[in-house]
Ligand binder design. Structure first.
Ligand code: BGC
Length: 451
C-alpha cells in the first residue's frame, strides 16, 4: 500500500481543491432560485427583468468558458483557477451589497466569469495531473459536485428565506471562493502545461513530487503528445473532427433546451405557480428536487461504465419527455391535486436528467474529441452549453407569460423528442473504448465509404 501513498494523497487533495470550482458552479447557478423570490419584490422586477437577473451569471459563464481555453494555455492552469477563485469572491461581495439592479447584475456577471472559467479549468487541471487510469471517474466527480453545490445553495436559500436575507445567500459563496484560491495557491502547476512552455526541469520536479514512479516515461509521453497537437481553431472544422463536433454541439444544445435549468433556477417559482403557498415551502420542495439530482447522479456514476452511455441517455430522455408533457398537462387541467402531481413530475423529470443527460453530456465532451483538439473543442462545446443555458433561462419567464405554462413545457418536450431521435441515430457507445478506438468508431460509422 505504501507504494501508492504519495500519488494517492496528492490526487485526493488536488481533486478536493479543484472540486470547490465545480461546487461553486453548482452553488452560484443554483442560489438564484430561492433568492429571486425576494429580489423580484425588493427591486420590483417585471418578467423580462427577472429573466435577465436570473441569467446574468450565465453571460459571465459563457465568456469565461470561451476565453478559458486560451487563458489556461497562456497563463497556466494554476493561475487561472486562482483567478477564478478571486472572481467568485469579488462577484459574491458585489451581489451581496447591491443597492440596485445594475450593481447586482455586475456582481453576478463577475461570479459567472468564475463559474465559466472553473467549469472548464478545474477538470482540465485534474485530467492533466491525474494518473491516466483515474481520469474517467474524476470527470464524473465534477458533475457530482455541481449537483451537491446546487443542493447546498437550496439549503442556504431555505435557511435565509424566513428573514428574506437574500444578501447572505450570495455573500456565503465568498468562503468557498477563498478556499479555492488559497488551496490552489499551494498546488503545483500542471506538468503538462510546464512542458508546453519548455519548463522541462520544473515539470520533472513537480512530477517527482506527485508521482511514485515513471516520471521519465511520463515526460516523454507528454512531449510526444505535444508534438502531435495542433491548437488552431481551424482544426475544429477538419472533416474528422466535424462529426464529433456536431455530436458535442447538439448534445450541448439538447442538454439545455430540454429545460433542466428552468427547474434548477426556477423550481420555487414553478412550485408557487403550481399552488405551493409560502416561499419557504417552495424552497423546501426545491431542496427535495436537489437531493434527487445528487442521488440519481451517484447512481448514474455507478452505472455509466456498466450499462454504457447510450442506454442511460435514452432512458433519461424518454423519462424527461414523459414528465415534461405531464407537467404541461397538469398546468392545463389546473386540478386541486396539481401541487402534489407537479412536485412528482418535477422530481421525475430531474431524476431522468440526472441518470443520463446530465453526467453523460460532460463525459462524452471529454471523450469524443481527438487529443489534438480536445482542449479547444471542449471549451467550444462548454461555451455552446452556457449560451443555450443563458437563452433558456432568459426566455423562460417571458414564455410562461406569452405562450403559457403548458406550452412552455411542451416545447421543451418536443425538443426532447428531437434529441432522442438524434441520439438513437448518431451518438456512439464509448464505454470501455480508448480514445483512439472512439475516433476509429466515429470514422467507421460516419466517415468516407473508402474507410
Ligand atoms: C448542466 C447544468 C445543470 C446541472 C444540473 C449540468 O450537467 O450543465 O446546466 O445546472 O447539470 O445538475
Amino acid at each position: 500500500m505504501h507504494r501508492e501513498s504519495k500519488e494517492n494523497k496528492f490526487i485526493i487533495i488536488a481533486t478536493i481543491i479543484t472540486a470547490i470550482g465545480s461546487f461553486l458552479f453548482g452553488y452560484d447557478t443554483g442560489v438564484i432560485s430561492g433568492a429571486i423570490l425576494f429580489i423580484k419584490v425588493q427591486f420590483s422586477l417585471n418578467a423580462g427583468q427577472e429573466g435577465f437577473v436570473v441569467s446574468s451569471v450565465l453571460i459571465g459563464a459563457l465568456i469565461g468558458a470561451i476565453t478559458g481555453g486560451t487563458l489556461t494555455d497562456r497563463l497556466g492552469r494554476k493561475k487561472v483557477i486562482i483567478y477564478s477563485g478571486v472572481l467568485f469572491i469579488v462577484g459574491a461581495i458585489i451581489a451581496a451589497l447591491a443597492v440596485n439592479i445594475p450593481m447586482f447584475v455586475s456582481g453576478r456577471i463577475i461570479a459567472g466569469l468564475g463559474v465559466g472559467t472553473a467549469s472548464f479549468a478545474s477538470p482540465l487541471y485534474i485530467a492533466e495531473v491525474a494518473p491516466p487510469k483515474a481520469r474517467g471517474k474524476l470527470v464524473s466527480v465534477s458533475q457530482l459536485l455541481i449537483t451537491i453545490g446546487i443542493v447546498i445553495a437550496y439549503l442556504i436559500d431555505f435557511a435565509f428565506a424566513p428573514s428574506s436575507n437574500w444578501r447572505a445567500m450570495f455573500a456565503l459563496a465568498a468562503i468557498p471562493g477563498l478556499a479555492l484560491a488559497l488551496g490552489m495557491y499551494f498546488m503545483p502547476e500542471s506538468p503538462r502545461w510546464l512542458v508546453s512552455k519548455d519548463k522541462i526541469n520544473t515539470a520533472i520536479s513537480v512530477l517527482k513530487e506527485i508521482r511514485d514512479s515513471g516520471v521519465e516515461n511520463e515526460i516523454n509521453g507528454i512531449e510526444k503528445e505535444l508534438s502531435e497537437e495542433k491548437k488552431s481553431w481551424k482544426e475544429l472544422f477538419s472533416p474528422d473532427v466535424k462529426i464529433a463536433l456536431l455530436i458535442g454541439t447538439l448534445l450541448a444544445i439538447f442538454q439545455q433546451v430540454t429545460g433542466i435549468n428552468t427547474v434548477i433556477y426556477y423550481a420555487p417559482t414553478i412550485l408557487q405557480l403550481a399552488g405551493f403557498s409560502s416561499a419557504s415551502v417552495s424552497i423546501l420542495g426545491t431542496v427535495g428536487i436537489g437531493i434527487v439530482n445528487v442521488v440519481m447522479t451517484i447512481i448514474a456514476l455507478n452505472l455509466i461504465d456498466k450499462t454504457g452511455r447510450r442506454p442511460l441517455l435514452i432512458i433519461s430522455i424518454i423519462g424527461m419527455v414523459i414528465t415534461l408533457f405531464l407537467l404541461g398537462y397538469f398546468f392545463m387541467v389546473e386540478s386541486k391535486s396539481l401541487t402534489t402531481v407537479a412536485l412528482i413530475s418535477l422530481i421525475g423529470y430531474v431524476a431522468s436528467f440526472a441518470i443520463g443527460l446530465g453526467p453523460v453530456f460532460w463525459l462524452l465532451t471529454s471523450e469524443i474529441f481527438p487529443l489534438s483538439v480536445r482542449g479547444i473543442a471542449s471549451s467550444f462545446v462548454a461555451f455552446i452549453n452556457w449560451t443555450f443555458n443563458f437563452i433558456v433561462a432568459l426566455t423562460f419567464p417571458d414564455l410562461i407569460v406569452t405562450i403559457g405554462k403548458t406550452y412552455t413545457f411542451w416545447v421543451y418536450g418536443i425538443v426532447g423528442i428531437i434529441a432522442l431521435l438524434f441520439i438513437l441515430r448518431y451518438v456512439p457507445e464509448t464505454r470501455g473504448l480508448s480514445l483512439e478506438q472512439i475516433q476509429a468508431l466515429l470514422s467507421k460509422k460516419f466517415g468516407k465509404k473508402s474507410n
